[in-house]
Write a protein that binds this ligand. Structure first.
Ligand SMILES: [Zn+2]
Length: 264
């Protein structure tokens, strides 16, 4: 016996017929695709993330650059982790600050940065570092949350130039710059009398352009800027990444159609 009154059975049959038509149309297919892709993006498995980290490394090498993984440059095992992070929406550029110079050996500089960061955070605070010759170092696994933007690290990839891009007096002008990270850890006092600075090198510009191009392919990046532009997130002034670092950020935004923090 029919479980439904005849009129309702007819209605269900009609609905099923509609549904068949609905399932066949292009709109439905597009929606299904979007839904599937969206769910995949949200529910990336551990394996997916591992593959993407590897892809970033291999694509960087394919673009002709040198990138050294944490194990390749001998990073110290982190004492602590701030947990996982993944769906990055922004890239934040930093410079290492006044205690750094292109005249020094980059691995020594990286070791110096690592020591400072481990003392402050228990792990390196940035995801990538770029030396004056354009060599990229993986400083923190991209699957882990950084510690480069106080109170606002989630969703932010941190990249540091192992250079001093600020002009004398910038730290004093744009706010205290001690202890936020390896960047500018030497602080304002040194900056006030420090007359040296580094101009960005062609190799550094090539390296950051290639790295950003690869990162925006893998993550839903919308914003890119210097630490100073993002510092409003934690109400702290920052000179980082200096005048030249901000110029690099502006040129990358134009090149890749990204916005600065807070820009609509
Ligand atoms: Zn910074």
């Amino acid at each position: 016996m029919d479980a439904y009154p005849l009129s309702l059975s007819m209605l269900i049959l009609e609905k099923q017929k509609d549904y068949d038509i609905y399932m066949d149309n292009d709109y439905s297919k597009t929606t299904e695709d979007l839904l599937r892709m969206g769910l995949n993006a949200i529910a990336k498995t551990r394996e997916d993330k591992r593959i993407i980290r590897e892809s970033i490394l291999s694509e960087t090498r394919e673009s002709g650059l040198t990138i050294k993984t944490r194990s390749e440059w001998g990073a110290k095992k982190a004492q602590v982790s701030d947990g996982d992070d993944w769906n990055y929406s922004a890239i934040v550029l930093h410079h290492a600050g006044n205690s750094y110079s292109c005249d020094e050996d980059s691995l020594n500089k990286l070791r110096q940065a690592e020591k400072t960061d481990i003392n402050s955070f228990g792990h390196l605070s940035y995801h990538y570092a770029i030396d004056c010759l354009g060599v990229i170092f993986e400083t923190l696994d991209i699957r882990e949350k950084g510690a480069h933007l106080k109170g606002a690290n989630t969703g932010h990839i941190g990249i540091v130039f192992l250079s001093d891009f600020s002009l004398p007096g910038e730290a004093g002008k744009y706010g205290p710059s001690r202890w936020d990270s390896l960047s500018e850890f030497s602080g304002q006092f040194k900056d006030d009398w420090d007359q040296s600075f580094d101009l960005p090198t062609i190799q550094q510009k090539n390296a950051i352009e290639a790295l950003v191009k690869i990162l925006i392919k893998h993550f839903p990046i919308k914003e890119l800027g210097g630490h100073r532009e993002f510092a409003t997130l934690n109400a702290l002034g920052r000179a980082c990444p200096g005048t030249y670092g901000l110029q690099i950020a502006a040129s990358l935004r134009a090149q890749f159609n990204l916005t600065s923090h807070g820009e609509k």
